[in-house]
Every structure is written in structure tokens, then in C-alpha cells.
Design a protein around this ligand. Sequence first.
Ligand code: ATP
Ligand code: MG
Ligand code: FE
Length: 339
Amino acid sequence: RLVLGVESSCDETAAAVVEDGRRALSSVVASQVRDHAPFGGVVPELASRRHLEAVAPVIRAALAGAGVTLGQISGLAVTQGPGLIGSLLVGLSAAKALAWARDLPIVGVSHLEGHIAALRLMDDPPAPPFAALLVSGGHTSIYHVHDFGQMEELGQTVDDAAGEAYDKVAKLYGLGYPGGVIIDRLAAGGDPTAIQLPRPRLRDGTLDFSFSGLKSAVVRFRQEHIGQNYRIEDLCAGFQEAVVEVLTSKTIAAAKQRGLTRLALAGGVAANQRLRQAMAQAAAAAGMELTAPPVALCTDNAAMIAAAGAIRLRAGLRLALEADAVSRLPRGGRLPGEA
Ligand code: ATP
Ligand code: MG
Ligand code: FE
């Protein structure tokens, strides 16, 4: 019951072998961060080229790392979307080729379902049902996870994703790329009350988010304080506090609305130290239990794709070999070419 997962939706080429959908035997991630850093963001054309170079060696490394051969693999799972279309196509084509050559069953996986499925790979995974906050570079959503593989979206961002806001603020101040982890570190040395920034939609009564206004507030703050002395650590802490307060408050509200007592974090921004801390405090105060995955399971990887794929394989779903990658998920989240 070994599933080989392949992920190439953005700027990480990843492959992993997962046993029974629960145990990662290997997880190899080839990051392109250094290739894109000079540009302050992912350059799609460059990403596709790097994926092409990396995909075969990364798959071989995942098999070797698990100590298995392709002959022992029982199925394939590959990210079909959402993401950069040129990047997705590389992983999708590679996985289809392997499936066809070895006559193996293959399923397409939603990258977002993958981020949630990462929780299943923990030693002590949260028991469904639970409320999950998915915060990443391209998405910010709250889900009611009825079961792994069955999630209902309760709210989402109406503009920028939380991770995008981190990256844009870091870029504005020339702090480096990717910005999330840098701001996280700088903020730890700052005073979160020194610089007050807005908390968009904090009390609007919905479970939706908006982060573009917060980013604009930082742009304005910077312009209005040119030549004045303030600590970048304080700015980072102030910005981060605004993001974290909104994320935390809405996630708790969602759980209360649905009568859920368990919470989970997922996605790259779930690696944020302050978010993990604030969420743990808020959960404890509300009598809820929080699961936060280790950082390696928060950021992009293929073990999470294999974990999500294992459920789909077991359910008998199959990806048609002519099925396309999708840059955005269609409404309802159903992937094309599924049978
Ligand atoms: P998506 O999953 O929405 O398609 P993605 O795959 O590019 O987007 P992830 O890899 O899940 O996103 O997450 C990357 C994002 O996480 C980036 O925006 C990055 O800045 C942010 N991030 C990573 N570590 C941290 C951290 N410690 N604090 C805040 N943000 C972080
Ligand atoms: Mg990435
Ligand atoms: Fe991601």
C-alpha cells in the first residue's frame, strides 16, 4: 500500500513515498527559492524549467529514500491544481508517464486538499471533524473538515492571501524572499504595540478575510515615515499581530459556529511562530484543542499529496491520462478528468 506522490505547483519540486496514507517513508523537496530570490518572487517560466530538470532526480531520490523500487509502488498521486500551469504540467506529465509505463493507478489531487491531508501524516493527527485554517502563499481559508478528503469551505480571503501579504511587505522593505519566515524572525525582536495597523474585517461577522488593505496600510505608513526613525522589527511585529489576530479570531468563531472543539493549522504560513502561539492561547481559552503540524508538513511537500491521494485511490477515483492541470480550482473543488 505504497503511494508515490508528486508535487510541482509552484517553486518546489517534490516527491514522496507514503505508506497507508499515514506514514511518510520519504519526502524529498527541491526548492527553487535561490533561483527566484533575485526577482523577489516566483518567475513562472524559470520555475517550469527548474521543475523539468529536477523532477526525475527528485522522484528517484524519493524512491531511494524510502528504500523501495517503482515495482513496489501501488499507486500515484499528483498535484493537478491549483498553481502555476507550466509548473503543474511538469509534475503531472511525469506522473502520468510513470503510471502509463507501469500500468499503475493514478489520481489527481488538489494542492489545498493536500495541505489539509498533511495533518494525517502526524504521529497524533487531529480526529475529524475539526475546523482547519489553511494559510499559504496563495490561499487563506477556513474549512469544516468532516473527514479527511471531505472538507467544506466556510470562508476565504476576498483578495490577497496571508502569505502573499507577508511576501509583499517584505518586498516593500527589501527584507528578502520569501518574506514570511524573515518577518517572523524580525517580529520576534519587535514590539507588536509600537506601530498600530488595521485589522481588516475583524468584526464584520463573516468568516472571510481581506489582506490587501493591510498591505496598503503598510505602504502608507512607510511613505508617511520616510526619514523618520522607527524599528523595522516593530513594523514587522505590528503587521504580524494584525494578521494573526484576524486569523485567530475568525478560526475560533468558525469552530464555535459549527460546534467544533478541535482546530488545526495547515499551509506555509502555519509555520509562523506567533500564529502558532496565539492560536494555542485562543484555543485553550475557548476550551478547544489545537493541532499544528511540524514546519516541514506546513510548507509545500509531496508527502501531503500522497496522503490525500491515498484516500482518492482507495475510493476508486482515477485520473484520465488526457486530464489537464488547472491553475484555479473550479467551483465545488472538483478536478477535471476524474472518473
Ligand atoms: P498555495 O499553497 O496557496 O498554492 P504556496 O504553495 O506557494 O501557495 P506554501 O508553500 O504553502 O504556499 O506557503 C508559502 C507561503 O508561506 C509564503 O507566502 C511564505 O512567505 C509563507 N511562510 C513560510 N514560512 C512562514 C513563516 N514562518 N511565517 C509567515 N509566513 C510564512
Ligand atoms: Mg513555495
Ligand atoms: Fe502550498
